[in-house]
Write a protein that binds this ligand. Structure first.
Ligand SMILES: *[C@@H]1O[C@H](CO)[C@@H](O)[C@H](O)[C@H]1NC(C)=O
Length: 136
């Protein structure tokens, strides 16, 4: 085999390995930090269609993380309640369509404030509103 053919085969193999790892390595990590104003504990309870992660109490500035496999169909969804003294809100903390470009290779980082969750990007905060659904 000529060096040229070997080189082409090697590049081809590299591409195959890359494509395979992007198909099979579907792990996503979500970080949520309690930045609720007023030094309040925040209770987070997240679920997906298949998993119930259970309630977790975060003290002020404490972070919580969970890891899951993205769905091949592209429709992974994790929804959570966020409670602190006198308040309860819903938010979809991971919507694959919305979030996959932000956190395919790095964790999704969220900061929780009273007004809603903000995406914690290196150079910006994109803030979202709570869902209007009733939370008890
Ligand atoms: C927050 O939670 C901690 C430990 O769970 C508890 O000791 C503390 O009293 C709580 N603080 C408030 C303000 O509820």
């Amino acid at each position: 085999m000529s060096a040229r053919v070997k080189c082409i085969m090697f590049l081809f193999l590299l591409v195959v390995v890359r494509v395979q790892s992007s198909i099979f390595s579907r792990k996503t990590t979500v970080y949520v930090t309690n930045n609720v104003e007023g030094n309040l504990n925040l209770t987070i309870h997240c679920k997906s269609k298949d998993d119930d992660l259970g309630p977790v109490v975060l003290s002020p500035n404490q972070a919580y993380q969970f890891t899951f496999n993205r769905n091949l169909l592209g429709n992974t969804l994790f929804f959570c309640t966020f409670r602190w003294t006198g308040s309860c809100h819903w938010f979809d903390i991971y919507i694959q369509d919305r979030d996959v470009t932000h956190c395919e290779s790095v964790p999704c980082r969220w900061i929780i404030k009273k007004s809603g969750p903000c995406r914690d990007l290196p150079d910006s905060h994109e803030c979202f509103l709570w869902k209007p659904d009733t939370c008890v």
